[in-house]
Write a protein that binds this ligand. Structure first.
Ligand code: SAM
Length: 240
């Protein structure tokens, strides 16, 4: 179901439309969808097969194992989506890595058209001919693009205005300032022999902020040398 009144709309092309909305039909994303803050439409690629058997794949030229999604079928499904300014994304382990920065760019736009692959993926000519953006959610191989589509949609939807009640919780999150987020604590104050750090109970906002920044920096330095190096470069450029 598409609601063209939603500011952010996503169209997913898939061989398994019944997998959607899946996880994005629940909790924050699900409520935001019911509230009309975003909309989801699925297109069944198999409906564009040319034969009575609904064939969507064929053997790869050059030989080798597996099957490839046919260019004519996939392209017909893509062409059924009216042209608009939404990026056309093909989810693929060979794509550029999905980062928070790219998620923010997508969330700031009007939505996305997302093509989910299966088997060995789609015939490469469709990617070339239709200028699809190849996007990967990580360096591992899923059996299909559908879980990756849910990841991408979830990450974008939570950034849409009005989806998260207190927008401040987005500002301090991991990646937003080039750092991983600091650790969180709640009640009980002592648990498993471990106390909540005293500074968090001090009520001293400046000291809490300082402690959290130091924790975020230390975690990033230890766990993500790649982010840490970039963060150091940014601070140097900003003269900090
Ligand atoms: N033969 C492909 C390769 O080695 O790069 C893997 C194909 S995979 C079994 C089938 C489909 O799952 C892909 O076409 C893609 O849509 C999706 N997929 C798998 N891993 C993914 C990832 N890390 N990110 C995004 N999509 C992925």
């Amino acid at each position: 179901m598409t609601s063209q009144t939603s500011r952010w709309s996503v169209t997913v092309l898939t061989l398994f439309p019944e997998m959607f909305p899946g996880s994005v039909g629940h909790s924050l994303a699900g409520k935001a969808r019911s509230d009309g803050l975003w909309s989801l439409e699925t297109i069944d690629i198999r409906a564009f097969a040319h034969d009575v058997h609904g064939t969507v794949d064929d053997t790869p030229f050059g030989g080798g194992p597996g099957m490839v999604m046919r260019a004519d079928v996939v392209d017909a499904a893509l062409q059924s989506v009216p042209d608009d300014d939404r990026p056309r994304i093909y989810l693929s382990p060979r794509g550029k890595l999905l980062t928070q920065q790219y998620v923010r760019e997508l969330a700031d736009g009007s939505g996305a058209v997302i093509l989910c692959g299966r088997y060995e993926g789609i015939d490469h000519r469709v990617t070339l001919a239709r200028g699809l953006e190849e996007v990967s959610i990580g360096d591992y191989v899923l059996s299909g693009g559908e879980p990756a589509a849910e990841v991408l949609i979830d990450a974008c939807v939570r950034l849409l205005p009005g989806v998260i009640g207190d927008a401040r919780s987005l500002q301090e999150e991991s990646f937003e300032r080039g750092l991983l987020e600091y650790p969180h604590y709640t009640r009980p104050q002592t648990w498993g022999g471990l106390d909540v750090p005293a500074v968090l109970r001090s009520g001293h906002h400046a000291r809490v902020a300082e402690w959290r920044r130091a924790q975020a920096e230390e975690l990033t330095r230890l766990r993500r040398p790649d982010l840490w190096a970039r963060y150091g470069g940014t601070r140097k450029r900003e003269g900090l």
